[in-house]
Write a protein that binds this ligand. Structure first.
Ligand SMILES: C[S@@+](CC[C@H](N)C(=O)[O-])C[C@H]1O[C@@H](n2cnc3c(N)ncnc32)[C@H](O)[C@@H]1O
Length: 309
């Protein structure tokens, strides 16, 4: 019996830092789809990945390409990738790990809790010729780094779940992260230092709550959990208001207006008015410092709600 596989294919064409991902929706039946994906790969692109389409509504959606992945790829430094032993927390389609391997990383261990994503990441590693250097491991819901508790890495990367999520909502595993979208990031920052080698680097791309000017919750978490190194926070030029972001749960997902209003009221009480898309880059055992800057261009125009297209 043949199965229908409904996927989104992205192919990176062009030079590094000039990402023109061509994108196509595809519905394939049987084994022909594999040939079509391989054809796309062989048409000259450096990186091709298969993800779920935006309208796949299961909680196990393998996240499609969004502005955040492009932001992350632009800010991964060649020197940090060169020959590095890398850990990715939250593999998804594997796009960031595959990019890291193509740009010089020695090997990547990728943690993932979603079985569907592990299959996609394994497939994407194969078609990009890096499957021998990408080690896919089960993630741990309770304790992010438990699967690698006996190891240290030169570079830890993550595009973690970071969307403010209404309490009790059964939302995408790739995005659900408490009412501020910050629960996963906080746990990640709390335990990352111990998993880094001497002068190892942690780099994440995340949305972070704060006011109009700075992502204050991220700044506070860095001061609390990463005091022994140098941190850069690079904010996308255009933050979105917390209210505008969470209002979309009413219009798009049919959530109860009173629940969303309660989220907004709590955020206002805690001085949270905006959500910033940011890169955080932390260097362990480097003179303690915290620099905040802004990108020269807008990565996330907030034109399309995350998770829907
Ligand atoms: C925003 S997605 C990013 C996926 C991919 N890295 C990308 O950039 O396209 C976050 C991923 O983290 C995974 N995840 C959530 N909790 C996790 C955990 N405790 N350990 C490992 N992965 C986790 C989700 O299933 C999802 O695939």
């Amino acid at each position: 019996m043949s199965h229908v596989v409904d996927v989104q294919i992205y192919s990176l064409k062009g030079e590094i830092n000039n990402y023109s991902f061509s994108e196509q929706n595809a519905q394939f039946v049987g084994i022909d789809w594999l040939q079509q994906v391989l054809d796309a790969k062989q048409s000259g692109s450096q990186l091709s990945v298969v993800t779920d389409p935006f309208d796949y509504q299961g909680v196990d959606q393998v996240i499609p390409m969004q502005p955040e992945q492009y932001f992350m790829m632009d800010y991964l430094l060649p020197a940090d990738l060169h020959d590095a032993k890398v850990l990715e927390v939250g593999l998804g389609s594997g796009v960031l790990s595959i990019f890291a391997l193509q740009q010089g990383a020695a090997m990547v261990t990728g943690l993932e809790i979603n079985p569907r994503a592990k299959v996609y990441a394994g497939f994407n590693a194969l078609i990009n010729g890096v499957s021998d250097r990408l080690h896919i491991r089960d993630g741990n819901v309770q304790s992010i780094f438990a699967p690698v508790q006996d190891q240290q890495f030169d570079l830890i990367i993550s595009n973690p779940p970071f969307e403010p999520t209404p309490p009790g909502m059964d939302y995408y595993l790739n995005s659900a992260a408490g009412i501020y979208g910050f629960t996963f990031v906080e746990n990640l920052l709390k335990d990352a230092n111990a998993r880094l080698s001497d002068q190892g680097v942690l780099q994440i791309v995340t949305m972070a709550p704060g006011d109009r000017e700075v992502p204050g919750m991220l700044v506070d978490a860095v001061k609390k959990y990463l005091p022994h190194g140098a941190t850069e926070i690079i904010c996308d030029l255009a933050p979105i208001t917390y209210a505008a972001f969470v209002d979309r749960f009413v219009g798009i997902f049919g959530q109860d207006r009173s629940v969303i209003d309660a989220m907004k009221a709590e955020a206002a009480t805690n001085g949270i008015t905006h959500l910033h898309m940011c890169i955080l880059r932390y260097r362990k055992n480097t003179a303690p410092d915290l620099q905040i800057s802004f990108t020269p261009k807008i990565y996330e125009p907030w034109e399309t709600p995350l998770g829907i297209k």
